[in-house]
Design a protein around this ligand. Sequence first.
Ligand code: HPA
Ligand code: ZN
Length: 329
Amino acid sequence: MPLPKAELHLHIEGTLEPELAFELAARNGVELPYADTEELRKAYDFEDLQSFLNLYYELMAVLRTERDFEDLANAYLARAAAQGVRHAEIFFDPQAHLARGVGMGTVVEGLWRALGESEARHGVSTQLIMCFLRDESAESALETLEAAKPYLDRIVGVGLDSAEVGHPPVKFREVYEAAAALGLRRVAHAGEEGPPEYITEALDVLGVERIDHGLRCMEDAALVERLVRERIPLTLCPLSNVRLRTVDVLADHPLPAMLDAGLLCTVNSDDPAYFGGYVGDNFDAVRSALGLEEERLRELARNSFVASFLEHDEERRARYLAEVEAYRF
Ligand code: HPA
Ligand code: ZN
């Protein structure tokens, strides 16, 4: 039985496996510029975040109907459940779909068909977090929030993703203020490729409660001290960092140093179809590459529930935390 855990940094579009991409392409009459899954997999050799994003957006062309989003989410939830995920807070990128003429309703209703049944089918509780693409304009983010208004009962919070460098958090001050006024929780990617200052700005200007990635905080001792003091969770994605060349090899990953510093770290999969593994695979990989002891793994699992947006159901959080404490390796 795998260690029970929450997944807090997962882009649903990044769970599109090559086999499902071809199946949906055939179903929707979309032509992919790859002969087969094998040729597609050869394109998964990334130089950096942007080279990954190019493929990530290209493959989204196959996602067209509610059923496509439902199938995508169901495939993820089944795999996540098999790796011990008990709760998942799932990112989606509506602007990438709206730009292709796929409406907000299609995306949210489709995902919801799977999420609404997830507890019964997979034993996984879920929440949805809508991300703004930081390489799109601030106006576009505001329009996206407006388009989401009919669906806010299904969306717990907002996030910020896509190409980081050159798109500082401050660009999205207004839309984050509007999201806060609507009662939405706030997170943002920061310090993945961008500098530590983006982490500070996400906290101070956008009012985020968690930082996605946050790896580069380690370049600023005062910032680390602050993140520890304020108990700001970081949603790390070790296999993603290796595939996008933010760290050279997994053995060099700063996770052990971050835990030693007292940071509230969690381990997540980011875009598992592209980066070589789901969240349990990330746990296994850091365990063997970094020699993490069992109690460190338990700490990571505990942190995932502590950092999750379960304030509406503390009884559930307590139940999950008890499962972590009772787990025998
Ligand atoms: N970083 C930024 N944006 C993203 C990512 C990521 O790892 N995955 C999907 N969108
Ligand atoms: Zn991410």
